[in-house]
Design a protein around this ligand. Structure first.
Ligand SMILES: Cc1ncc(COP(=O)(O)O)c(C=O)c1O
Length: 454
C-alpha cells in the first residue's frame, strides 16, 4: 500500500496521524494559482483555498522568492530579545491599514494562538485597571475561534467539544446573527436590535462588571456558512460593550485579509474593535502566521502598570513567518488584490445565487466577497435539515472531489447536530472565468448527487 503511495497515488496507512481515519488522502505534488495537482496528474480547483488560507494562490513565485531571501538572511530570532526589519515593516504596514487606534501588532503561528493571546491581553488589561473581577468572555453561537482549549471553549460548535467538556473553560454565550435560521420575519430590518437585545440580556444576567471581553467574527466563518451581520449590528453591540466597559475582539482569522472585498472585514461594518486577530490569508499558507492587533493606548496602560503584556511563545515575531506576511502584503498591493477580490467577489456571489438557489435541496446561499456558504436542507419550506445519519454533505463532497472541486464541509450548524453546509472561499487571485468554471462544476455535482440520492 505504501509503495502505491510512493508511486504517487495515495498513502492509506502511513505514519502521519490523519484527521480522517476512514479514508485515503491523495498526494498533492504541486499547485499553481487556484489549482492543485495530485501525483496521478489529476487537477483540482481549490474552491476553498485549503481552509480559506491560500489568498495569493498556489506556487506564487513572487512571494516565495521574497521569503527565500529573508530565510537566507535570518530565519529566527527570539522575539523577546530582538526585532527584525521584516517584522517591523509588517507591523507598521498592517497597522496603517487597520481600523483606527490599532497601532501595535504581535505575530504568532496560528489563529488559535492569536485568539488566546487576545483574550489574555483583555484579561491582563482588566487586572491592570483594578478590575480583577472581570474574568468572563462573551462569545457567540454559532461561531468558531480555534481548537486549543480556551479557543475551543469560545467556539459555538458542540460536536467539536464532545470529548473535552471537563477540560474546557466556562464562557458566556449569546446567539450570533444567522440570517437563514434567525426565525425573524425581516432579518435585515430587525436583526441588529434583536441580537443586541439578546446580548444585553446576557450581560445583565451575568453582571456586566464580571465580563472582560466580547469576541465576534465580523462575518461568521464555517460554523454558519459565511453569515454577514444585519445592518447596524456592530454599531449596537459596540455601544453596549462601551457602556459596560467590556473590550471588543474582532476575530478576522477567516474573514480578514481581503476576503470580504475590504482588507479588514470590520471596516465593512463600521466596527472599531479594541483587539483584532488575523490569520490564514495573512501569509497565504506560505508560512504559519497570525497577528494580534491592539491599541497603543491599552499598551500604554500596561507599560505604566506591570510593564508590558505578559505573553510570549517560541515563534513570537519570528522573521521566517513575518517575511511571508510581508511578501503577501506586497503582492496584495502590487496586484491591487483587495479591489480584485471585491470585483470578482460580486460576480461570485451573483453567479452562486442565480445558479444554485433554483436547485433542489439548496436552502440558502449567503456570503460576502470571496467567501460563501451553501446550506442544504431536506425541506426548503420549513428549512428542516437532513438527518445527520444521511451524511449528505459528506456524499456531496465526495462527488465534487471526484469532479476535481475541493470545498470545505461543515455539519451541525442547524441545531447542534444536524445541518449540511458547504463553505467556499477560493484564492483571492481567482478570475471571473475560473469562478464560472467553479460554479458550473458545483451545480453539475449537486444535480448529479441528488438525482442519485434523493
Ligand atoms: C474565525 C476563526 N478563528 C480562529 C481560527 C483558528 O485558526 P487556526 O486553525 O489557525 O488555529 C479559525 C480557523 O478556522 C477561524 O476560522
Amino acid at each position: 500500500m505504501r509503495d502505491e503511495g510512493r508511486q504517487g497515488v495515495r498513502y492509506p496507512q502511513g505514519n502521519v496521524l490523519l484527521r480522517n481515519l476512514a479514508r485515503d488522502f491523495p498526494v498533492v505534488t504541486h499547485g499553481q494559482g487556484v489549482h492543485l495537482f495530485d501525483a496521478t496528474g489529476k487537477r483540482y480547483l481549490d474552491a476553498s483555498a485549503g481552509a480559506l488560507v491560500a489568498s495569493v494562490g498556489h506556487g506564487n513565485r513572487e512571494v516565495v522568492d521574497r521569503i527565500h531571501e529573508q530565510l537566507l538572511r535570518i530565519a529566527y530570532v527570539n522575539g523577546t530579545h530582538f526585532t527584525t526589519e521584516v517584522t517591523e515593516q509588517l507591523a507598521s504596514r498592517l497597522c496603517a491599514l487597520a481600523p483606527p487606534g490599532l497601532e501595535r501588532a504581535a505575530f504568532l503561528g496560528s489563529g488559535s494562538e492569536a485568539v488566546e493571546a487576545a483574550v489574555k491581553f483583555a484579561r491582563q488589561l482588566c487586572v491592570e485597571r483594578g478590575q480583577p473581577q472581570r474574568t468572563k468572555v462573551v462569545t457567540r453561537v454559532p461561531g468558531y475561534h480555534g481548537n486549543t482549549l480556551y479557543a475551543l471553549s469560545l467556539s459555538g460548535r458542540p460536536h467539536y467539544k464532545q470529548f473535552f467538556g471537563p477540560m474546557l473553560a466556562e464562557v458566556v454565550t449569546t446567539p450570533a446573527p444567522y440570517p437563514y435560521r434567525s426565525g425573524l420575519e425581516d432579518y435585515e430590518r430587525d436583526g441588529a436590535e434583536h441580537y443586541a437585545r439578546l446580548l444585553e440580556e446576557t450581560l445583565l444576567r451575568e453582571g456586566p462588571d464580571t465580563i472582560a471581553a466580547f469576541i465576534a467574527e465580523p462575518v461568521i466563518g464555517s460554523s454558519a456558512g459565511a453569515a454577514p451581520p444585519p445592518p447596524g449590528y456592530f454599531e449596537r453591540v459596540s455601544a453596549l460593550c462601551r457602556k459596560y466597559g467590556i473590550l471588543t475582539i474582532a476575530d478576522e482569522v477567516m474573514c480578514g485579509c481581503g476576503r470580504t472585498g475590504r482588507f479588514f472585514a470590520s471596516d465593512l461594518f463600521d466596527f472599531t474593535p479594541d483587539l483584532l486577530v488575523l490569520g490564514k490569508g495573512i501569509s497565504g499558507g506560505y508560512a504559519p502566521l497570525s497577528a494580534l492587533l491592539v491599541r497603543q493606548a491599552h499598551l500604554e496602560e500596561m507599560r505604566q502598570g506591570s510593564g508590558g503584556f505578559m505573553h510570549a511563545q517560541t515563534y513570537l515575531q519570528a522573521p521566517a513567518m513575518t517575511a511571508a506576511g510581508l511578501a503577501v502584503l506586497d503582492y496584495y498591493e502590487r496586484h491591487d488584490l483587495v479591489t480584485h477580490a471585491a470585483r470578482v467577489g460580486a460576480h461570485f456571489q451573483r453567479r452562486l445565487r442565480e445558479t444554485l438557489l433554483p436547485l433542489p435541496y439548496v436552502g440558502s446561499v449567503q456570503g460576502v466577497g470571496l467567501m460563501a456558504g451553501i446550506e442544504f436542507v431536506e425541506d426548503i419550506e420549513s428549512r428542516r435539515p437532513f438527518p445527520r445519519s444521511r451524511k449528505v454533505v459528506e456524499g456531496l463532497m465526495a462527488e465534487l472531489f471526484e469532479r476535481g472541486l475541493v470545498l470545505w464541509s461543515n455539519t451541525g450548524h442547524a441545531d447542534g447536530t444536524n445541518g449540511d453546509l458547504l463553505m467556499l472561499g477560493p484564492p483571492l487571485v481567482i478570475t471571473e472565468a475560473e469562478v464560472d468554471a467553479l460554479v458550473d462544476t458545483l451545480a453539475q455535482g449537486i444535480n448529479h448527487y441528488f438525482r442519485r440520492e434523493p
